[in-house]
Design a protein around this ligand. Structure first.
Ligand SMILES: Cc1cc2nc3c(=O)[nH]c(=O)nc-3n(C[C@H](O)[C@H](O)[C@H](O)COP(=O)(O)O)c2cc1C
Length: 326
């Protein structure tokens, strides 16, 4: 643990009855934030972890099974990962309410509504960032959910649809006025997707205008950025997304490039083992490869060895390749 990195170790905030000890949060990331990755990030110091977005419609249409097998696997919570936030998406308030009620007994710290996803598949059902185009509907969603559920409800927004429509304050107010327990702000518009720079001043605007906890999201690239974004925005906490992929050390305040490859390999092997245990060898190794690609970036491992690792489908052989690369 890096002692001089105060944000990693100090402070915290409250959501409902849950005290979050620390201010550094694993951002929701669809396709990455399965149970093994959430657990790993918690062990490395993330004070709160999010699932990726899950379809409320899929849960609504099969509430007994809690959605598709993929959704159900994401909903398998582990006692050691708490506090954990489950993120839902839908464009319909009845569907959101029914799905939230169905998953509430799982015991998450909070249910979060995705209002930032700009993928066509999500937008076309009026969910994700499409919700930001209707602040009144956002208010209705938060009013309904915060009355219907005993678990706190939060939302993650962007700055608006595009530069001409940066309505984040209207949406954030609609949330705060209707019972939102926390607001996370990714400092880009939907049109920007991941291009350009996150606007930390806009995130600060939300934090300084409202009386609910606010989390800042966007462009934390190295450990030192955690204190920078907290200072710049005054937020209660900060989310780390892309910079955590292949890099759980960032939650300890450590940049992976300050570690040698032999220091990193045991963690990579542990992560692989967790994925195989959770998903089985076939899916576990196959899905681990996108994490492995990130672990290998800038590792100094030569191309031929990297290629052999990325092709490998067998856990024991992959561990042998990783250990041989030290
Ligand atoms: C692969 C990937 C998947 C993401 N999935 C989600 C998601 O499911 N829900 C969400 O609210 N944001 C999602 N995001 C956005 C992140 O939570 C975060 O706001 C964004 O990446 C900016 O933060 P960063 O610069 O720390 O990556 C995703 C981002 C990435 C890179």
């Amino acid at each position: 643990m890096c002692d001089d990195n105060t944000a990693m170790t100090n402070g915290g905030f409250t959501i409902g009855d849950t005290t979050v000890s620390g201010r550094v949060v694993l951002a929701p990331m669809s396709g990455y934030n399965d149970l093994p990755f959430r657990l790993l990030c918690r062990r490395f110091g993330a004070s709160l972890v999010y699932t990726g977005l899950l379809s409320a419609k899929s849960i609504y249409y099969s509430p007994r099974a809690l959605g598709s097998p993929r959704t159900e696997a994401m909903l398998a919570l582990h006692p050691e990962e708490h506090p954990v936030v489950i993120q839902l998406f839908a464009g319909d308030v009845d569907i959101l309410e029914a799905a939230a009620r169905a998953i509430e007994p799982l015991g998450m710290a909070m249910i979060d509504i995705n209002m930032g996803c700009a993928k066509r598949k999500v937008l076309k059902s009026g969910s994700g960032a499409a919700l930001m185009q209707d602040a009144a509907k956002v208010g209705e969603i938060f009013d309904r959910l915060s009355r219907a559920l005993s678990v706190p409800v939060s939302g993650k927004i962007r700055l608006g649809w595009d530069d001409a429509d940066r309505n984040y304050m209207d949406v954030a107010r609609a949330m705060a006025d209707n019972g939102a327990a926390l607001i996370a702000v990714h400092g880009r518009t939907a049109e920007q997707d991941f291009t350009g720079e996150a606007d930390w001043d806009a995130i600060a605007h939300v934090k300084h205008s409202l009386d609910v906890p606010v989390l800042a999201s966007g462009d934390v690239k190295v450990a030192a950025d955690v204190d920078r974004i907290l200072d710049a925005t005054g937020c209660d906490g900060v989310m780390i997304g892309r910079a955590a992929i292949g890099n759980p050390w960032i939650f300890q305040g450590v940049d992976r490039f300050s570690l040698t490859w032999p220091e990193r390999v045991p963690v990579i092997v542990e992560h692989l083992g967790m994925m195989v245990e959770h998903h089985g060898e076939n899916y576990g190794v196959s899905w681990f490869r996108k994490h492995l690609r990130a672990y290998l970036a800038g590792s100094g491992v030569v191309r031929r060895e990297r290629h052999a690792m990325m092709q490998c489908r067998d856990e024991v052989r992959l561990i042998a390749l990783l250990q041989a690369s030290i």
